[in-house]
Design a binder for this molecule. Structure first.
Ligand code: CU
Length: 184
């Protein structure tokens, strides 16, 4: 009545005395479990590779450094988020400008969004640097320069601005002499 050890072994190997259907069901269950497990692992790996972006930075934690080469050397820069030089990628940077630090007439390949954090930024349109044709924007103010629009800017007093947009952040200067890359 009771199966001996040898018969159990034959049953596990799927010998001729064993009905085939239960084995197939077992196989199906294993396959299902493997697929489910594989999916779970792949999902977990994907989450590890690209975690949700969550950034909290105190103003005192910003790391200021020299500006990128296309930005006037009088400025200091800090990257808050993203890669300003990556095509199609959003970015947010801050620029710290001493009094009188100026940007000659220039334009950008993408829209430029500028928020004045502190101090006063002067900005105007056109191909000639002329503060009389610009306007002053105080802390909290915002400027949006559409792609390709020629404009100029300067700091009135020590000023910090935040620039955000979609990369690449690039400056094309109307007068080559205004391009810091040409100033040695
Ligand atoms: Cu600009």
């Amino acid at each position: 009545m009771f199966a001996r050890k040898g018969e159990d072994g034959a049953s596990l190997r799927g010998g001729p005395s064993t009905p085939r259907t239960p084995l197939r069901l077992t196989d199906a269950v294993y396959v299902f479990v493997l697929i489910a497990l594989g999916g779970f692992i792949a999902h977990a790996a994907a989450e590890t590779a690209a975690p949700p972006v969550h950034i909290v930075t105190s103003g005192s934690d910003l790391k200021w450094g020299p500006p990128p080469p296309m930005i006037p050397k009088c400025a200091e820069a800090a990257i808050l988020d993203g890669d300003p030089f990556k095509q199609g990628a959003p970015f947010t940077v801050r620029l710290k400008l001493p009094d009188g630090c100026k940007f000659g007439p220039h334009w950008h390949p993408t829209d430029e969004n500028v928020t004045v954090i502190s101090g006063t930024l002067g900005a105007g349109m056109g191909d000639t640097f002329d503060p009389a044709k610009g306007q002053l924007i105080d802390a909290g103010g915002f400027v949006r320069m559409p792609t390709g629009m020629h404009h100029f800017a300067w700091a009135k007093g020590a000023t910090i601005v935040q620039v955000h947009g979609v990369g690449p952040l690039e400056f094309s200067y109307v007068n080559p002499a205004d391009d810091p890359r040409n100033q040695h």
